[in-house]
Design a protein around this ligand. Sequence first.
Ligand code: SF4
Length: 236
Amino acid sequence: MDSLAALHAEMRACRRCLDAGFHIAPGAVFSSGSARRVMLIGQAPGVTEAQVKRPFNAGSGRRLFQWLGEAGWDEDTFRAGQYMTAVTKCYPGKSANGKGDRVPSKTEQSLCRPFLEQEITLVNPRLIILVGGLAIKLVYPASARLEDVIGTAVYFPPESLTNPLNFDLATAVSLTDTQIPSFLETAADGRFIVPLPHPSGASLWPNKPENRQRIARAIAILRHLSVVSIQQIGQK
Ligand code: SF4
């Protein structure tokens, strides 16, 4: 059994959050494609994802894959090739007010963090797509607003691939969609981070006209990376 397979078995058997008193449905949800140049990190699986063990399986997946489709990845190809996971791996149940799913607590995030760090280390992706506020805050400051980061990217230099858990933004370059094409002509051997909002229908943020423009800029960045950079990276 290789290291990633062993990690997956460990995640599926994990009961840390249950043992700590959280009412999660155990049984980690993630998907590991064959190419794994891209890692997509969401918040936590929803109930249907937990049932069929497929990330972004339901309504939020339709919107997410619409965005990724506009960026150049069809759903089947992305699922078959790339790595999809979440900040916490098990279904956290419904929120107390019944609207949407419960946001995993900081304790659950901490309990699951070693798994995420091992995934990043073992997959060592060239592009990380952070989906939703919880995932975005893995890299960006807690004070960062969606309005500040959606439609932008950060690039970590190649050294980041030998230190995969370095997310010190002071060592990264911030980029906009208009800067990406010329930037890719000179530097593409490191790691790109691109944030997206949560695609859940429970979130109204993506529907506001000004935010649609931000999402369009994020999709434009991903389109450049999917067409130019990631193909080159895939050949290395
Ligand atoms: S969310 Fe993570 S830490 Fe918590 S039980 Fe599931 S796999 Fe374990």
